[in-house]
Design a protein around this ligand. Structure first.
Ligand SMILES: NC(=O)c1ccc[n+]([C@@H]2O[C@H](COP(=O)([O-])OP(=O)(O)OC[C@H]3O[C@@H](n4cnc5c(N)ncnc54)[C@H](OP(=O)(O)O)[C@@H]3O)[C@@H](O)[C@H]2O)c1
Length: 315
C-alpha cells in the first residue's frame, strides 16, 4: 500500500508541513502538484532547502511549492483553484476552546471543493480509558482542554466536508516516533520511568507508517475516524527501555507511582498515567495499510540507523 503511486492532476495541499508533512511531501511530489504550508519564513526556507536537496528532477516536475502562512494572523490565503486534496497537520493553539486556527484555514478555502480532507488528530480524544481497549466506535471522552480542542477540530472537519460533499477523514494518531524523534534527550537526562506494575499500555506509530496512513486516506474511499497506531501496547516506560537498549544508553531508572509523584511534574505524571490500548483494525483492514514497523524494535532500529547512530547491521 505505501508504495502505491496514484497520479493526481489537481494540487494536494499539506497545511502544517513539519516533521510528518515533509516526509509526506516527498512521497506526494511524484504524483502531482503539491503546495506545502508552514507558519514561519524560517521553516519555509528550511523545508525548501531540504526538499530541493533530495528531490530528483522527475519528482519535482509535478511542481512542489512551499509557502509561509501564519494561520493565526489575519491575511489572505489564495487556495489553488485546482485543489484536489487537503491534509491538515497543524496542531490546535495551546489554549482556549475549539481550534480557531483550523476554522480560519477552512474559511480561507472559500468555495474551493477538494475531493478529500484529511485531518491529523490524536488518540488523546479518547481520554484516559484506564488501560481498556478503544476503537473508533468508542465515544471520545477527552480528559483535558487539548483533547477537547482536537475533538472540536475533528468535528469541524466532518461538518465542513458534509456541507460540501467532501470526504472527511480524521486520523487519530498515537505518539509519533522516527528519525530525529526518539526520546534520547529524555534518556540522557536521567528522567525515571514508571515501573511495569504501575504502567498501563501505550501507543505509538513510526513516522513512515503514519505517512503510509496519510497516503491511504487520500486514496481509499474511507471516511470518518481511523486510529493510527502500530498495535504494540507496550508502556511508555517499556518503550524508553527499548530505545535505551538499542541506542546503547543506560536503562532509565524505574520508580514506583509514589516516587514518580514526588519526582515528576503533574503534567508528565498525568501523561504517563493516562492509558488506553488503541486498536488499529480500521487502519489495517479499511485503509489497507501494511505496517512496516508493527514491531517497535524494528522501527526504533531503523530510526537510529537513519540517524547514523547504529550501523545497518544494528547493535
Ligand atoms: N508528536 C506526536 O507524538 C503526535 C501525536 C499525535 C498527533 N500529533 C499531531 O500530528 C500532527 C503532525 O505532527 P508533526 O509532529 O509532524 O507536527 P510538527 O512537526 O510539529 O509540524 C507542525 C506544523 O504546523 C505548522 N504550524 C503550526 N502553527 C501554525 C500556524 N499558526 N499557521 C500555520 N502553520 C502552523 C508548523 O509550521 P512552523 O514550523 O513554521 O511553525 C509545522 O509546519 C500535529 O497536529 C501533531 O500535533 C503529534
Amino acid at each position: 500500500m505505501e508504495n502505491r503511486q496514484t497520479a493526481s492532476t489537481g494540487t494536494c495541499l499539506i497545511a502544517g508541513c513539519g516533521y510528518t508533512g515533509a516526509r509526506l511531501a516527498r512521497r506526494l511530489a511524484g504524483r502531482g502538484p503539491v503546495l506545502a504550508l508552514v507558519r514561519s519564513q524560517a521553516s519555509a526556507a528550511a523545508l525548501t532547502t531540504a526538499l530541493a536537496a533530495e528531490l530528483t528532477p522527475e519528482l519535482s516536475a509535478g511542481g512542489l511549492q512551499v509557502q509561509a502562512l501564519d494561520l493565526d494572523a489575519p491575511g489572505a490565503f489564495e487556495p489553488p483553484r485546482d485543489l484536489e486534496s487537503v491534509l491538515y497537520l497543524a496542531p490546535p493553539p495551546g489554549q482556549g476552546e475549539g481550534d480557531p486556527r483550523f476554522q480560519r484555514f477552512l474559511a480561507g478555502l472559500g468555495g474551493v471543493r477538494p475531493k478529500v480532507l484529511v485531518y491529523l488528530s490524536t488518540t488523546g480524544v479518547y481520554g484516559d480509558a484506564q488501560g481498556q481497549a478503544v476503537d473508533e466506535a468508542t465515544p471520545p471522552a477527552p480528559g483535558d482542554a487539548a483533547g477537547r480542542r482536537r475533538l472540536a477540530a475533528e468535528q469541524a472537519a466532518f461538518a465542513w466536508g458534509a456541507e460540501r460533499g467532501v470526504r472527511g477523514v480524521a486520523l487519530r494518531v498515537a505518539g509519533i516516533y522516527g528519525p530525529g524523534r526518539l526520546p534520547l534527550e529524555r534518556l540522557r537526562s536521567g528522567e525515571p520511568v514508571l515501573r511495569p506494575e504501575d504502567s498501563g499500555p501505550g501507543n505509538r506509530i513510526q513516522v513512515e507508517d503514519l505517512v503510509a496512513a496519510c497516503l491511504a486516506a487520500l486514496d481509499r474511499p474511507v471516511a470518518g475516524a481511523v486510529n493510527v497506531t502500530d498495535g504494540d501496547p507496550r508502556s511508555i516506560g517499556a518503550f524508553l527501555e527499548l530505545v535505551a537498549r538499542l541506542a546503547g544508553l543506560p536503562a532509565p531508572r524505574r520508580v514506583t507511582l509514589a516516587e514518580a509523584r514526588r519526582e515528576l511534574s503533574p503534567g508528565m505524571l498525568a501523561f504517563l498515567q493516562a492509558s488506553r490500548k488503541v486498536l488499529n483494525r480500521r487502519l489495517v483492514e479499511d485503509l489497507g495499510v501494511t505496517l512496516r514497523y508493527a514491531d517497535p524494535e524494528t522501527g526504533v532500529r531503523e530510526s537510529l540507523r537513519e540517524m547514523g547512530l547504529i550501523s545497518t547491521a544494528g547493535r
